[in-house]
Design a protein around this ligand. Structure first.
Ligand SMILES: Nc1ncnc2c1ncn2[C@@H]1O[C@H](COP(=O)(O)OP(=O)(O)OP(=O)(O)O)[C@@H](O)[C@H]1O
Ligand SMILES: [Mg+2]
Length: 309
């Protein structure tokens, strides 16, 4: 049985494909919908805390929990309504070294230890979201794949980015040694022109044959918006928070014909991204599909448990 069936893992060996952005948004939107969510950043870069606007402990609680083999050392902190985070960062490196040393020492189950330690805490939540480093064969990613119920693969639509997909598919297949029920929940094409139907179709054609036979449960899209991406990070906001902010700003902004140097509040005269609403709704749509997959899986697991399988 999958150690944490209600966990999803954002995974791709490529960097900058939207793993962290998706992890933060899926978690925050699920939290707003009343789900209790635990996010776990197993990346040495520790970017997920920054997306939520917090500094964090640089991954020290993950290090302590794994080195001391004590789940009580995991230290989730609240980052949004109904959302907690176990921070990533440089200190996690020591944790993965312990696991890989144990594995090299002949401990076949060492990779599965992370999930076993996290499972008691994970059981207090409805959804667990792993953000991972851009290194799909790393011990950190293997540890997440060994315990997660589902995997979501963000990709960019260019062919070089799509080339990385077979590696993720291979990593998912190897994870079945510890986690036979793991499945790919979906693929998200990150950074697509909102109206570019041709790119969407090409991405779809490229992605589908690479995933397991039988197809994938869903294919999602996040539209490209560099201004929104920069603004949200500068303002420590997620897309839906940025959307509300832009609406409020628009109510008080000076009309363009009154905007001159020294005329009014310069910040209010600044233009924000017109893609804010669309971006927020892209994340909303993907979250709805993810939650549907997780709810189905959690229900199936409880039935299995009830009949003692
Ligand atoms: N909708 C968007 N349109 C364009 N760029 C975006 C959008 N959302 C985020 N970005 C930018 O894309 C970059 C990568 O995003 P993100 O950090 O989520 O990727 P990642 O896969 O987690 O990267 P890494 O592998 O380094 O951890 C960031 O610089 C971010 O500002
Ligand atoms: Mg990241």
């Amino acid at each position: 049985m999958t150690p944490i069936p209600h966990a999803i893992t954002l995974a791709n060996g490529k960097g900058g494909v939207g793993k962290t952005s998706l992890a933060a948004h899926i978690a925050a939107i699920a939290g707003l919908s009343g789900w209790q969510v635990l996010t776990v950043d197993i990346d040495e870069q520790g970017n997920l805390g920054a997306d939520f606007g917090i500094d964090g402990d640089d991954g020290d609680s993950i290090r302590r929990a794994l080195v001391l083999e004590d789940p009580n050392e995991f230290n989730p902190v609240e980052v949004r309504k109904n959302v907690d985070l176990i921070c990533g960062g440089a200190a996690t490196k020591a944790a993965w070294t312990v696991i890989s040393d144990n594995a090299r020492g002949g401990d076949g189950a060492a990779i599965a230890r992370f999930g076993q330690l996290l499972a008691p805490i994970a059981n207090d939540y409805d959804l667990v979201v792993f953000d991972t480093p851009p290194a799909v064969g790393s011990v950190a990613v293997q540890a997440a794949l060994a315990c997660t119920g589902g995997v979501i693969i963000p990709v960019k639509p260019d062919s070089r980015s799509l080339d990385g997909l077979p590696l993720v598919a291979k990593a998912v297949t190897s994870a079945r040694t510890f986690n036979p029920d793991i499945i790919v929940d979906g693929v998200v094409i990150f950074g697509v022109g909102a109206a570019n139907k041709k790119i969407r179709q090409r991405a779809l054609d490229n992605v589908l044959p690479l995933i397991e036979p039988g197809g994938i449960p869903f294919l999602g899209f996040i539209r490209t918006s560099e201004l929104a991406a920069v603004d949200t990070r500068d303002l420590n906001q997620l897309a839906h928070e940025y959307e509300s902010f832009v609406i409020e700003e628009a109510k008080t902004a000076l009309p363009w014909y009154k905007r001159r140097n020294g005329d009014g509040d310069a910040e209010k005269a600044r233009s924000y991204s017109s893609a804010a609403g669309g971006l927020a709704s892209d994340y909303q749509e993907i979250t709805t599909r993810v939650l549907r997959e997780v709810a189905n899986r959690s229900e199936a697991q409880s039935v299995k448990r009830a009949v003692g399988q």
